[in-house]
Design a protein around this ligand. Sequence first.
Ligand code: HEC
Ligand code: HEC
Length: 281
Amino acid sequence: MKKIRIVFFAVAAVSIIALISCDKKTTAVDTNQAAYDAADGVRGARLYDHALNELGITGKAANEHSSYYRCKSCHGWDLLGDQGVSIGHTDPQPAPVDLMEVRANDDIDEIFDHIMATDGPSFDSFDPAHKNEMPGWGNILTEDDAWDLVKFIKETAHDVSEFYDMDISSGEPVFSNIGKGGDGAAGLATYNANCSVCHGADGTQIDIYCQGEYLGDMFRNDPHEIQHKAIWGMPYDAEHVNAGCTTAGMMPAQNITDQDVRNMMVMGQDENAFPGAGGDE
Ligand code: HEC
Ligand code: HEC
C-alpha cells in the first residue's frame, strides 16, 4: 500500500515538473498568440487602407506623399499585389508578393516581423528612388497596430473571388459577376437601413472626393474597393477634407455581413436607382 502511494507521488511530481518546463519553452510563442487573439482585424482593415489617417499622424513628409504609405497602394485592395487589381499601376508600382499566399503559408510571427521591420523608406523624408519599397513601418506602428494588421491579413481580409470575377489578362482589370450570387432586393433593404442616412436614397448625397462620382459608380466600376469599405468603413479622409471637400470625412465600420455586401453590389448595378457620373465602363 505504502509503495503504491510513493510511486503515485513520484509520477505526479514528474508530470508537474514536465508541465512547468513545457510552459517555459512556449512562453514567447504564447505571448504573440495572445496578442494576435486580442487583435482587431477591422481596425487592421482601416490601417491597411490608410495607416497615417487611421493613426492621425500629421506633419510628416509621408503625409504629402500618402499613396506611397498605404498598404493598399502597393498590395492592392485585393491583397494580390502585381497579379491583382493594381496591375499596371506605376505610382507606386504594386508589390511582387501575393499577401493571400502569405496568409496561407506564413505564420503570425513571420508576418508580424515583416511589418515591424525598420529598414524601409522613412516617414520623415521622401526618396523617389525608393518609392516602391515597403516603408519602415516599425518606426511608426505600435506592436498592437502591427497585430491588428496581421489579423487583417490572416483572417479578416476577404478572398475577393467570393465577391466578383476579375480578368487581368489584358493588363488591366475587367470585372464580371459583381456581387456573386447576391440578391438585389435584399441589398436595397440593407442599404436603406444602414447607408442611405449618409449616402442618400440613390447614393448621390456624398460626392466622393468632390469629383462628381457617386456610390453607383463605385458599385459598377470599383467592386474591389466596395468589398473593403462598405463593411469596414474608412479612416478620416485628411487629404480631401484639407483640400476643401465638404462631403469628405470618415465612415464608421458597418455591422453587416459579407452576404449583405454581395447583395448591395447586385443592387448597385442598377444605373437608374443608383445613378453615377458614367464612370469608365
Ligand atoms: C510603397 C510600397 C509598399 C507599401 C506602402 C507597403 N508595402 Fe508591403 N511590401 C512591399 C514590397 C515591394 C514587398 C516585397 C519586398 C519586401 O519584402 O520588402 C512587401 C512585402 C510585404 C510583406 C511580406 C510578404 C512576404 O513575402 O512575406 C508583408 C506582410 C507586407 N508587405 C505587408 C504590408 C503592410 C501591412 C503594409 C501597410 C502597413 C505594407 N506592406 C505597405 C511594398 C509595400
Ligand atoms: C455615418 C455616415 C455613413 C454611413 C452610415 C455610411 N457611410 Fe459610406 N461614407 C461616409 C463618408 C463620410 C465617406 C467618405 C467620403 C470621403 O471622404 O471620401 C464614405 C465613403 C464610402 C465609400 C467609399 C467612397 C470613397 O470615398 O472611396 C463607400 C464604398 C461607402 N461609403 C459605402 C457605404 C455603404 C455601402 C454603407 C452602408 C452599409 C455606408 N457607406 C454607410 C459616410 C457614411
